[in-house]
Design a protein around this ligand. Sequence first.
Ligand code: SAM
Length: 277
Amino acid sequence: MESWVADIEFERTSLPGRLIKAILVDPLANYLPASLLRGLLRFGKSELAEANWNDPGGWRSMVISYDGRPKQLADKMLVGLGSVPKALRNRRKLASRLLARLIDSAGHEPAHVLCLGAGPGRIIIDAMSQAKRKARATLVDISSEAFDHGRRLAVENGVIEQVNYLQGDARDIDKLLEHRPDIVKMIGICEYLSDEEIVEIVGAVAGVMAPGGSIVFNSLSKAHGSDRFFRRVFGLHMNHRLPDQLKELLSSAGFGEFVAFPEPMGVYQVIVGRRQP
Ligand SMILES: C[S@@+](CC[C@H](N)C(=O)[O-])C[C@H]1O[C@@H](n2cnc3c(N)ncnc32)[C@H](O)[C@@H]1O
């Protein structure tokens, strides 16, 4: 599987950039008064900050980070230079490539991919566009706000016939398992769930999947150095978990044979697991 991702061109930060961040940017962002930082972002008309204030960690902030070409100067700095936006774009590349290859190696065509916390579905749409074989995807999100944007992306990428958007809470997983998935995608969602919720969701998924079916999820490290800033200024509270912690949770729910793929910013690992016999 390592060869699947060997040619991906990732974003990185230079050594001087990392030093400036550690010595200057992180201490200021983490410890200046939150009201001052919020005021500066409001003054700079930051769309990324606005998106997080309206819906912390929601789909709009992901679209702004993925796109990487914001209009406002404040966002150009946050999105262009920030560790997390760079790591998010790396995660998108990794996850979409892995999903494309899993679709190509699934036992039958079209493979069914269940995407939990899908937002507009940028990653699975990328994956279906890259895959050689056909897939169909059920995209579940607690909010339906991203679905129109997602359908436009699906039309642009020629996969509109293959996607089905469904408003639902991943925690009500039993209602979402009408069609048996071959692949389950949980990218960008575990950080918003408790351990118990993850085990319950993954256990329900394992109950309907065939042995060998795949699950794709991600860890989140505090290495980005901005957690205090995210909590105080954006109101974004994420659960950081190392790959081993997530593997343990998923093992208890019936998955194993994990392979982890780190991205070079050191923030995320995208992990593939298999339903155990
Ligand atoms: C950070 S975004 C990730 C979007 C997409 N998976 C990606 O990686 O680009 C998290 C998404 O999960 C959704 N979400 C959060 N909690 C959820 C839940 N319990 N059930 C379903 N969706 C949820 C949010 O509405 C949001 O669209």
